[in-house]
Design a protein around this ligand. Structure first.
Ligand code: NAD
Ligand code: GLY
Length: 358
């Protein structure tokens, strides 16, 4: 097992990465003897029983099983967690345990941030995307019909548990969605990792355990470092949103759940890449290189036909990086070097979108 640390002073926590970690009581840093496990109807039959073993000596253990899907990541379904907590009379000592992908993790973390003004929680991440991104860093929340992740809170977990064996049951489309966020780290901060990814596509797609473990750990290292520098996104952390302003607009526009988050990010990265080239920053060869890697990872690179440029631009206005009415974008100066800027010509952005349909 590999252990990384997210260094945030009194809110620091470990990330455990390894095989066969579910059910290991010694990893769990629950601050009390009361636990509510939050999962969903797909993950529960696969991993709930095994996870429960870690809590067999606890005084009080319950679980709540949510419907599965991005379309259920909302305030109405979030209430199911509060209903369970209150029905079972859990007090402020409860620890919530998120067992699932990014949807379960974001919702559980947000419920933990709100319940009785804040209780502890643990992330047990079961998708590649959650293992490399959403379980680390303390962003929690739900979607609104008008905008993705628009309601939420920063709330750090007590620990993150990444059992890579859980990836055995994940389908290929979801695996690729996680690879999109992995590519993101190479692009914003880590040229060497980007090159490693280019050389290891087939091993990653074949689920070679060494390749996957390396990619997960390197991604978590990148994320932990950025989060430690800028926990609440007053600056550098925004770089982790490369491709996300475009991607969130596409996800929202298509209807939550139709375009996966990782797929939206992949298209968004391609758009950010093309726009960076239009601005004269990125060489055409680098654009081809980035798109080639995204395609090889079985991810989409172009805007879905169902959405117009106008719709996308409208939806991009509902973004947490909008300041004084201007959309700030994460763009690339080079592979391995991202910046945040609102200094661009809006007409050029529109032209870039128009050129990026299949
Ligand atoms: P997800 O949570 O919807 O999981 C994808 C699918 O895989 C679901 O159907 C789920 O039930 C299933 N699944 C999960 N684990 C499985 C397993 N081991 N075997 C088989 N099936 C499994 O999607 P996701 O891609 O994990 O997360 C996307 C969400 O994460 C989005 O809502 C996005 O906004 C959020 N996100 C948050 C952050 C953050 O920093 N908080 C970062 C990135 C993404
Ligand atoms: N996924 C973006 C962030 O955690 O900041």
């Amino acid at each position: 097992m590999k252990t990384l640390n997210v260094n945030l002073g009194s809110r620091s926590y470990p990330i455990y990465i390894g095989q066969n970690l579910l059910g290991l009581a010694e990893l769990i840093k629950a601050s009390s003897q009361q636990v509510l496990i939050v999962t969903n109807e797909t993950i529960a039959p696969l991993y709930l029983e095994k996870t429960l073993r870690a809590f067999k000596d606890y005084n009080k253990v319950a679980s709540v099983i949510l419907p599965d899907g991005e379309q259920y990541k909302n305030l109405t379904v979030l209430n199911q967690i509060f209903d369970q907590l209150l029905t079972d009379k859990f007090n402020r000592q409860v620890t919530l345990v998120a067992l699932g992908g990014g949807v379960v993790g974001d919702m559980t973390g947000f419920a933990a941030a709100c319940y009785q003004r804040g209780v502890a929680f643990i992330q047990i991440a079961t998708t590649l995307l959650a293992q490399v991104d959403s379980s680390v860093g303390g962003k929690t929340g739900v979607n609104h019909s008008l905008g993705k992740n628009m309601i939420g809170a920063f709330h750090q977990p007590q620990c993150v548990i990444i059992d890579t064996d859980t990836l055995d049951t994940l389908d290929n489309r979801q695996l690729s969605a996680g690879l999109a966020e992995i590519i993101k780290y190479g692009l914003i901060n880590d040229l060497e990792f980007f090159e490693w990814l280019e050389n290891n596509v087939s091993d990653l797609l074949a689920r070679d355990s060494q390749a996957l473990s390396f990619a997960i750990a390197r991604s978590c290292q990148n994320k932990a470092q950025i989060v430690a520098e800028d926990e609440r996104e007053s600056g550098r952390r925004a770089l982790l949103n490369l491709g996300h302003t475009f991607g969130h607009a596409i996800e929202t526009g298509m209807g939550y759940g139709k375009c996966l988050h990782g797929e939206g990010v992949a298209i968004g990265i391609c758009l950010a890449t093309e726009f960076s080239a239009q601005l004269g920053w990125l060489a055409d060869d680098d654009v081809s290189r980035i798109k080639r890697l995204i395609k090889k990872m079985a991810l989409p690179t172009t805007i879905p036909e169902a959405l117009t440029v106008e719709q996308i631009l409208q939806l991009m206005q509902v973004d947490k990086k909008v300041h004084d009415g201007k959309i700030r974008l994460i763009l690339l100066k080079n592979i391995g070097q991202a910046i945040i800027t609102d200094q661009y010509d809006s007409q050029l952005l529109k032209n870039t979108l128009q050129k990026n349909y299949a």
